[in-house]
Design a protein around this ligand. Structure first.
Ligand code: NAD
Length: 293
């Protein structure tokens, strides 16, 4: 296929390179110079879009998506499938769909889970929202860039799935960090705690696969001085999206709100670039008196 790829950053570079490696003709555009193997460079987003069957975007936020769609929707040939893999708010995703559909284009919101390592190894999970026809076009590309794709429903439902997943992740990471902090202060050995919890009802991805305690469980950013991984600032972005969505849908998410406040404080204190599992040393440094402050 002839594919345009707009937003070639940490995620977009390996994703576009994987498509090129699989034999697709990929033309990229980014505001900054980029290096993605096998991907040729266009002078503008509209140039990267013209005469393509598929155009993928991988941008930082909803504002960037809205800006880029204003440029690429008029430039796309009729029937082109626009696939947005960025993590953005549901409203921006639905507006992007509406603009694309009004112009006779296919469209999917298809955010990913799996991070930069998943993008490099082609093992991302895609959660897609949009029509069956759009999903059918995109599926073979998801198979190259990822190991699983789920068609979640209509416009915006991929973003809804991503937001809900990451709200669970933020809350569960804080839960695991609180438990390690409490265990330490009760004199319980961290390894023993892991041995019990990872095979008991407290097991979860944050404990079993991405343990925030250094030297415990499989290799994780905690073993590399909390070098991200998945930066706390990005976790905060996703938690804020969950609260924005909960507000507009009138959904009660008290733990989501509290997790957002905790990551907000962590980022305000300079932790934004650290991995989000560095919530453990952050909590360890707090006393009970300071926990809500
Ligand atoms: P990034 O900042 O490395 O890449 C975004 C790229 O978009 C940048 O290179 C930037 O120059 C470019 N860009 C911004 N505005 C543009 C415009 N108007 N036209 C063209 N290019 C533009 O971010 P990333 O880590 O690659 O993440 C991209 C998206 O994927 C985000 O929405 C993020 O939340 C999501 N995500 C990231 C991860 C991760 O671990 N990094 C994991 C899952 C999802």
């Amino acid at each position: 296929m002839k594919i345009g790829f707009i937003g070639i950053g940490n995620m977009g570079a390996p994703m576009s390179a994987n498509l090129a490696r699989a034999g697709h003709e990929v033309t990229g555009f980014d505001l900054s110079p980029f290096n993605a193997e096998g991907v040729s460079s266009a002078a503008s987003a509209s140039e990267a879009t013209a005469n393509k069957q598929v155009v993928i975007t991988m941008l930082p936020n909803g504002d960037a998506l809205t800006k880029v769609y204003k440029e690429i929707v008029p430039a796309a040939a009729p029937g082109t499938c626009l696939i947005d893999c960025s993590a953005v708010d549901v409203e921006s995703a639905r507006n992007a769909h509406a603009a694309a559909e009004a112009a006779g284009l296919l469209c999917l919101d298809a955010p990913v889970s799996g991070g930069v390592v998943g993008a490099e190894q082609g093992t991302l999970t895609f959660m897609a929202g949009g029509s069956n026809a759009s999903f059918k076009v995109a599926e073979s590309l998801f198979d190259i860039m990822g190991q699983k794709s789920v068609h979640c429903g209509g416009a915006g439902s991929g973003q809804a799935a991503k937001i809900c997943n990451n709200m669970i992740l933020g809350i569960s990471m804080i839960g695991v960090c609180e438990a390690f902090s409490l265990a330490d202060k009760l004199g319980l050995d961290r390894q023993k705690m892991f041995d019990v919890v990872s095979t008991s009802s407290g097991y979860c991805w944050s404990m079993n696969a991405y343990c925030p305690a250094p030297g415990i469980g499989p290799q994780s950013p905690a073993d590399n001085d909390y070098k991200a991984g998945f930066a706390a600032a990005l976790m905060l972005k996703d938690l804020k999206l969950s609260q924005q969505a909960a507000e507009s849908a009138d959904a009660a998410t008290p733990l989501g709100a509290h997790a957002t406040a905790l990551y907000e404080r962590f980022v305000a204190q300079g932790g934004g670039e650290k991995d989000f599992s560095a919530m453990l040393p952050h909590l360890m440094a707090l006393t009970r008196e300071l926990q809500d402050g």
